[in-house]
Design a protein around this ligand. Structure first.
Ligand code: MN
Ligand code: MN
Length: 309
């Protein structure tokens, strides 16, 4: 069982995330800068008393995930596009991880609807003790029914305190590898990605915008001077949660200097990058995500009260 205080924090993070999603829906339109969307989302999170659990992802068309705007990013939402906004909120380290897809192309509405249905059915299949693979089977069956593929190398995950990926995997396909059970007392992010492409993502080389500090104490000890200062600031502000360069600009007026410092720390493996991910065949990718807390026999969808049971 989860204790009262953690439960309250999980529920509060979920409430904030739910409200932020409604704001994001109204902000995303063709012609709007993705930088304004991400900063808008992050300001609302703060305004509602939460903190960002990771940089807001605004991933467009064949870009599946991990695209957050950089400082001064001029990118805008294109006409006829499909936009995924992936939002992370935490309260005292307890995380709500949720994503929506919006499309401005009539030909992509079915893909978006199929993905929403895959998530809703996956959520309905969750009971205490359900096999993670059973949830994946549900997602893949819905995708197939619509004639789409799932992204096989992206999956849902358990959440931990200040940890986005806490060790358990919820596949989006009928995996033959045993993945274990979803158990009471834990929180999980369920996030089907569907595509009209082949169904795999690959890293976009040389395009990384999201980072996380290593938990390897030895490599942390190998830094000094400016680097050590940046590491200590990252550690105190974000702990083991992901961050991006935008979040460090208040302490670094010199953007080029900040970028060089980040690159140096990446080379020393003190920070680790999460490269932008794109669909291998440039198919369109849709994603919906909700956070689920299994509490006793209750399945609480913290990020969407209408879906709780
Ligand atoms: Mn997410
Ligand atoms: Mn997630």
């Amino acid at each position: 069982m989860i204790d009262e205080e953690s439960l309250r924090a999980y529920l509060r993070a979920g409430e904030v995330a739910y409200r932020v999603k409604r704001v994001a829906e109204s902000m995303v339109k063709p012609g709007v800068r993705i930088l304004d969307i991400a900063e808008g989302v992050e300001n609302v999170i703060r305004g509602l008393g939460g903190k960002s659990a990771f940089p807001t992802n605004v991933s467009i068309n064949e870009i599946a995930a991990h695209r957050t705007p950089y400082i001064g990013d001029p990118s805008i939402v294109p006409e006829e596009s499909l936009v995924k906004v992936d939002i992370g909120v935490h309260v005292n380290g307890y995380i709500a991880d949720t994503a929506i897809t919006l499309t401005f192309n009539d030909k992509l509405i079915r893909l978006t609807e199929a993905t929403r249905e895959a998530l809703n059915r996956a959520l309905l299949s969750i009971t205490p003790g359900v096999q993670a693979n059973a949830v994946g089977r549900v997602v893949e069956a819905v995708a197939r029914n619509y004639g789409f593929n799932v992204i096989r190398n992206l999956s849902g995950h358990s959440l931990g305190r200040y940890l986005i990926h806490a060790g358990d995997t919820i596949p989006n396909h009928a995996s033959r590898i045993p993945m274990g059970k979803l158990v009471s007392g834990k929180a999980y992010a369920v996030e089907p990605f569907l595509t009209n492409g082949r169904g795999y993502v690959e890293e976009v080389k040389g395009f990384t915008q999201i980072y996380v500090l290593t938990t390897n104490v030895k490599s942390l000890k190998r830094v000094e001077g400016d680097e050590a200062q940046l590491v200590s600031s990252i550690s105190s502000r974000f702990r083991t949660l992901p961050f991006c360069e935008r979040w460090l600009k208040d302490e670094h007026a010199d953007v080029e200097g900040l970028r060089m410092l980040i690159q140096k720390l990446v080379r020393k493996s003190v920070i680790v990058g999460y490269p932008v991910l794109k669909e291998v065949s440039d198919g369109f990718v849709a994603q919906f995500e909700e956070t689920v807390l299994i509490h006793g026999n209750d399945v609480i969808v913290t990020t969407n009260p209408e879906l709780s049971r």
